[in-house]
Design a protein around this ligand. Structure first.
Ligand SMILES: [Zn+2]
Length: 243
């Protein structure tokens, strides 16, 4: 609606109080969600953003989800890494940050990797930190699971983030088209069933404590995700591979 829509709009605008002037307020913080398929360089970008802020004297806290290493880190395929804090189901991210403040540690911003695995409640806690405590949040994650469905964390981030940014490092399907979807490949076949949360952002991630089936993830275009076609160089199930 524009103000040319006469009376109603004009009076509605006139009703906006002077509090709409943000000059008196501190610079607002932002919740930004960077998303892309596996192997698009999300963790590398996360660490780069952390580095850029740290160089300006800001203090960040790095968070991740479902790190099973026992020593949570955000690490990138190009070889850099930093220690991170694991966010559990029961973690209240606001309390986590306030706990740091309580011991005199500065937290100006959060870097959240594997943000697709956050619960909706976690994302709302992040929004609270942005709005009420002026903490900038940079979240990084996948959009869809191996079935091609939105992860709950990604859905809530799409709904609440100030900015949603596609990471522009293009990952290609074997056919050359843009890779959009993460396929779960079990014993050489694309599968669309099972628990979503065994997905890790690594091509070699095996499903923990499942059976002995070989599980990996492969980025495919929409067409080949739908048809389950892994390409001419992928061994046909049951066939011996010649190395
Ligand atoms: Zn394709």
């Amino acid at each position: 609606m524009t103000t040319q829509d006469t009376g109603y709009a004009a009076s509605a605008l006139a009703a906006v109080p002077a509090a709409g002037d943000r000059r008196a307020m501190p610079m607002p913080a932002r919740l930004t969600y960077y998303y892309g398929p596996m192997q698009c360089g999300k963790s590398t970008l996360a660490l780069q953003i952390d580095h850029n802020h740290a160089r300006q004297g800001r203090h960040g806290l790095l968070l991740t989800r479902y790190d099973r290493s026992g020593a949570p880190r955000i690490s990138s395929r190009i070889g850099v890494g930093r220690q991170a804090v694991e966010v559990a189901d029961v973690t209240d991210v606001r309390e986590l940050v306030r706990g740091r403040w309580a011991v005199g540690q500065r937290v100006d911003y959060l870097i959240v990797d594997e943000a697709q695995f956050l619960t909706a409640a976690h994302v709302e806690q992040l929004a609270d930190l942005v709005d009420c405590s002026h903490v900038d949040v940079y979240a990084f994650g996948l959009v869809t699971d191996f079935r091609g469905r939105l992860f709950p964390g990604s859905q809530r981030l799409f709904e609440l983030a100030d900015a949603v940014i596609a990471i522009q490092v293009e990952v290609l399907c074997w056919c050359g088209r843009p890779g959009l979807l993460n396929a779960r490949v079990v014993d050489g076949r694309v599968t669309r069933e099972g628990d979503t949360v065994v997905v890790a952002d690594t091509a070699a991630a095996a499903a923990p404590s499942e059976d002995t089936a070989e599980v990996h993830y492969q980025v495919l275009c929409r067409h080949h995700h739908r048809t389950g076609d892994l390409g001419p160089h992928h061994p046909v199930p049951g066939q011996l591979t010649l190395d």
